[in-house]
Design a protein around this ligand. Sequence first.
Ligand code: MN
Length: 505
Amino acid sequence: MKNEKIFIFDTTLRDGEQVPGASLTKAEKLEIAIQLEKLNVDMIEGGFPASSPGDLESVQEISKAVKKPIIAGLCRAVKKDVDACVIALKKAKRPRIHTFIGTSPQHVKFITRTTNEEVLRRAVESVKYAKTFCDDVEFSAMDATRTGFDYLCKVVEEVIKAGATTVDIPDSVGYTTPEEFGALIKKLMNTVPNINKAIIAVHCHNDLGMATANSLAAAMNGARQIECTINGLGERAGNAALEEVVMALRTRADIYGFDTNIKTEEIYKTSKMVSRLTGMPVQPNKSVVGANAFAHASGIHQDAILKNESTFGIMTPSTIGIPGHELILTSRSGRHAISHRLADLGFKVSDAEMAAKLYPKFLQIADKKKEVFDEDLIAMMEGEGRKGKETYHLESIYSATGSKIIPTTTIEISKAGKMYTQASTGDGPVDATYKAINAIVKADLKLVDYQIKSITKGEEAQGEVTIRVRKGDKEITARGVSTDIIEASAKAYLNAVGKFEGKKK
Ligand code: MN
C-alpha cells in the first residue's frame, strides 16, 4: 500500500523573510523560489502582497516564473488585502489566496478589538470574497492553540462552508506541546462535521523548540499540510524547519507512514542558498543542515563510521545532497581515521608505524591545535622524510589592491620541482588570486562558499579561510591558514585543487 502524502507548504519567503535583518531583494526572492521549485515543495507562500508594493511585485514575479508548485499570497481578512493578493497572483498557474484572522481571546480583544461573532463574520466574508477570484482558498485561525475549542470548531466549520479548501490551525506563538496539539487536531477532526471537505494544515513556531515535533504530532492525528521554512527561519525563534520535518518523515517512515514530494537531495543546496541570501547563518549543530550534522569528532565514532556508515549515521549525507561525511581530526581521533586521511593524501602507513611513531606525533600536534588540517598532516609526514602525492605549493604571492587601482595578484607556485608564475587582475584581491591559480592549474572549479575567521588572538592573529568548491557534481571543503588573508585564501584554493586531483586518481 502506498503511503499517504503530507503536503509541504514553504513559507520561507513570507514568515522567514519577515525576520529583522533577513530581508531579500526581488531578484533574491525569485532565486529562492526557483530553488524551492527544484526542491519540489507543494506550495510556496511568496509574500504578503498588501504589506508593501515590493512584496506585491515579488509575488507577481514568482507567479510568472514558477509554475509547478501552488503560489500562495497572504492577506488579512480585509477586502483590500484580498484585492492585493488577486493582483499579485494574476499570472500564477496555480494561485492560492491565504487569508487569516486571530481567533484567540488575546487577539480578538487586543488586535481586532471586537467580538468573537464579528471575527467569525469577517473570516467567512473574507473566504467568500476570495472565493470569487480563486478556487483555492486557505484560511488560518491565527493563534488557534490559545483559542477556545468550541469557538475554534465553529470558525473551522463556517469557513469550510464558505469555501475554504485548506484550513490552517497555527500555533502562532509556539505555545503548544506535541501531546496537546495532536489531541487538539484529533478532537477537531472528530467534532467539526464538514472537516473532511478541507485539508487541515498546521503552522508551528519554535519558541519552545517543539515546532517540528508539534507539526509531526498533528500529522499523526489528521493534518495533511505542514507549513515550514528552510533552516527554520521565521518570526522570533522561527518556524518548523522544512529539512527537519521532511527528514523525520523519511527517516522514520516506519513510525509516521507518510511520504512527501520533496527531492531531499536538494535540501543542502537550498539551505546554503537561503543562509547566504538572507545573511542568516545556520548554527553548526543544527539538525540535518548544520556544518557538524554529519561530522564525527569522537574517536570511537570516527572509527565506526569508516567501517560502516550505519553505525552512527541515521541518514546518509548524500540523501540531502552533501558529498560525504566529514571527519574532523582532533585529539580525540583514532589511528584508523588518521591512516584513512593520510591515505587520501597519498601516504601509505603501516599499523606498526602508526602506533609507534605517527600517532604520538599526531597527538602532540592535536594538543596544540583544536583541529588538525591536511596541511598539518603533510608537514608532519614531510618531517618524517616522507613524500605524499605531488601537489601544488605556494612559493610566493604579491597582491596589490586599493580604491583606485585594479586588484592584481602575481603568484608563484610549484609542483614536482617545476615553477609556474602567473599574474591576473580581478574584482578584488581574492578574485585576482583565484584567477591566477586557475590560469596555471586549468581546473574548472566553481567557488560556492568563502568564509574567513580569525583563529588566534592579537595582532599576529592567524586567519583561516574555509572555502567550498564545486567541480561537476562534486563539492569539497578546503582550508588555508596564514597571518595574511590573501595568502590563506590562496592556500585554501590550492588545497582544493589538490583534493580534486587526488580524487581523480
Ligand atoms: Mn508564522
